[in-house]
Design a protein around this ligand. Structure first.
Ligand code: ZN
Length: 113
């Protein structure tokens, strides 16, 4: 591993440590904005062009290969959005660390580039 690469790996490890040391939530999944049609006959959502209701926000995540979604209030969006962003950051950092570790071993063993 070059000096620059090992500095980068050390930085990633330290960022991961900080993320995990915090008591702040790390919530998997993502937020999705949705607009909807309602069931009323003469509603603006049935007009031409339609003016749909919303946007409303759903939190979606996967469990046992199934997609689960939950409607969130504005207050819940505000509360959970930072936790979801933190989890995304966590996954990015883990992916970066894994790439660096693979490269380290590939180089050390003379297998790859
Ligand atoms: Zn409607």
């Amino acid at each position: 591993m070059s000096e620059r690469e090992s500095r980068r790996a050390a930085l990633v490890r330290s960022r991961l440590s900080k993320l995990l040391a915090s008591d702040d939530g790390i919530l998997p999944g993502s937020l999705i904005e949705r607009t909807l049609r309602c069931g009323k006959e003469n509603c603006r959502c049935k007009a031409d062009p339609p003016k749909l209701h919303g946007p409303y926000v759903q939190w979606g995540y996967s469990r046992d290969h199934k997609r689960i979604t939950r409607w969130l209030s504005a207050e819940q969006v505000e509360r959970y959005q930072p936790e979801i962003a933190r989890a995304r950051r966590f996954r990015e950092l883990v992916a970066e660390l894994e790439a660096a570790e693979i490269q380290r071993v590939e180089r050390a063993e003379g297998w790859g580039t």
